[in-house]
Design a protein around this ligand. Structure first.
Ligand code: IMP
Length: 207
């Protein structure tokens, strides 16, 4: 049986501001005091896994052992059917860019354009279905971990629409919706997203 999670400080093992914001909102009702890995000055481990679960585990364990607190990590990404599930675990990497005379950064419009370019190469009849996948890992400082997964199916639109959310939200229109994730008020995204589904599984098991 999985351990339960007692109210108190919980590290959000992410340096992605969009994820920290969404996870903090999802945790709101459960009496936890979320604190981000960035705010605690914790190092960001290399994501050397080849699955969402492996990477979520690496991040959660690194924060839990460094902070001596339970830590929650999210590894997520976009799986595009016509691209055999790519970019998948490499979703963030597809946005990596060396800015002119500057540091490395992430350019989401470039990444969305790369996906669109590959679909265009397939042709006008390319299957535009995709899914966002989210694996959450909760790690305790003694090394125990628990994993939870959620998926949200949808269609890729072009051009990108909306300014809310983060990452690939402007090109992702979830099944049954007319708005992209980036056009929806955050509460609407939180009700149906891959992260919300993974979170529901975590809440059922841990609280
Ligand atoms: P990682 O889990 O840190 O490797 O990054 C996953 C990447 O997937 C993020 O940086 C986003 O680009 C993308 N992603 C994950 N969840 C979402 C979401 O809810 N909306 C948009 N993009 C997302």
């Amino acid at each position: 049986m999985t351990r339960t999670l007692a109210p108190g400080r919980l590290v959000i093992a992410s340096h992605n501001a969009g994820k920290v914001r969404e996870i903090t909102a999802l945790l709101g009702p459960y009496g936890m005091e979320p604190v981000s890995a960035g705010a605690l000055g914790l190092p960001e481990p290399a994501e050397t896994g080849t699955t969402f679960a492996e990477n979520a585990r690496i991040k959660a364990l690194a924060s839990a052992t460094a902070a001596g607190l339970p830590a929650l990590a999210d590894d997520s990404g976009l799986e595009v059917s016509a691209l055999g599930g790519r970019p998948g675990v490499y979703t963030a990497d597809w946005a990596e860019r060396q800015w002119f005379e500057g540091p490395k950064g992430r350019d989401w419009y470039m990444a969305m354009g790369k996906v669109e370019g590959l679909l265009a190469q397939i042709g006008p009849d390319a299957d535009r279905s995709a899914a966002f996948v989210c694996t959450l890992c909760l790690a305790w400082p003694d090394g125990e971990t628990a994993l939870f997964e959620g998926r949200a199916g949808g269609t890729l639109v072009w051009p990108p629409r909306g300014t809310l959310g983060f990452g690939y939200d402007p090109v992702f229109q979830p099944l049954g919706a007319t708005l992209t994730f980036a056009e929806m008020p955050p509460a609407e995204k939180h009700a149906i997203s891959h992260r919300a589904h993974a979170f529901a599984a975590l809440v059922a098991a841990l609280f």
